[in-house]
Design a protein around this ligand. Sequence first.
Ligand SMILES: [Fe+2]
Length: 217
Amino acid sequence: MYKKDFGNIPNKDKIISYLEEGYEKNPGKWVLHSRIIGKTAYNIAKEIGLDPDVAFACGALHDIGKMSGAKDAKHFLNGYKILRADSYFFPARIALSHSFQIQNIDSYVGKLNISDTDKEFVENFLTYTTYNDYDLLIQLLDAIIKAEYLGVEKRSQGVLEKHGSNPYFLQRKERIYQLEEYFQNKLKKPIKSYMPRQRWYKFPYSLYRNDHKNLQK
Ligand SMILES: [Fe+2]
């Protein structure tokens, strides 16, 4: 569908087909995480005057680069490429910006396993992009929600354990707290309460039918 100021935005069916394809090619909780971020962004967007369809697409597809099994920096670059190839330019930008609460390539918490040309491209993107509320909302939600709500401290700790520290770690965490305050001030209820309910029989929970107990942990 076409959205003024955002161009081509995938509709719900297209988004679900991306996620289903993603799960088929690279099964993992990242699909659940993606759908939850999408739905939470949708619910929040409705209340703060953003377009819920745009927010849903951006949230649900921010990690779509993991479809190919890409890890670390490759995942955001791959997501950017996949979405641009389908002419979804705005969600593509979010696939890139979601990893950079701090607009500096060295603040990335994983490995920069991309070519020098790609690094230069990311550096330019970070220098010349002014974030809007969609960038910021997905950055925040990604930083507090995994496949369940964790909050800033717990999620940051998990990221630290998985990827190790970097010189920007504390600055990044502070920034996430700022984002939390920024959005919380616009909302009536706590951010957590905008998350979707778990329905085991519905997509994407249905993908994990045999894994219910593990998921609930
Ligand atoms: Fe990501």
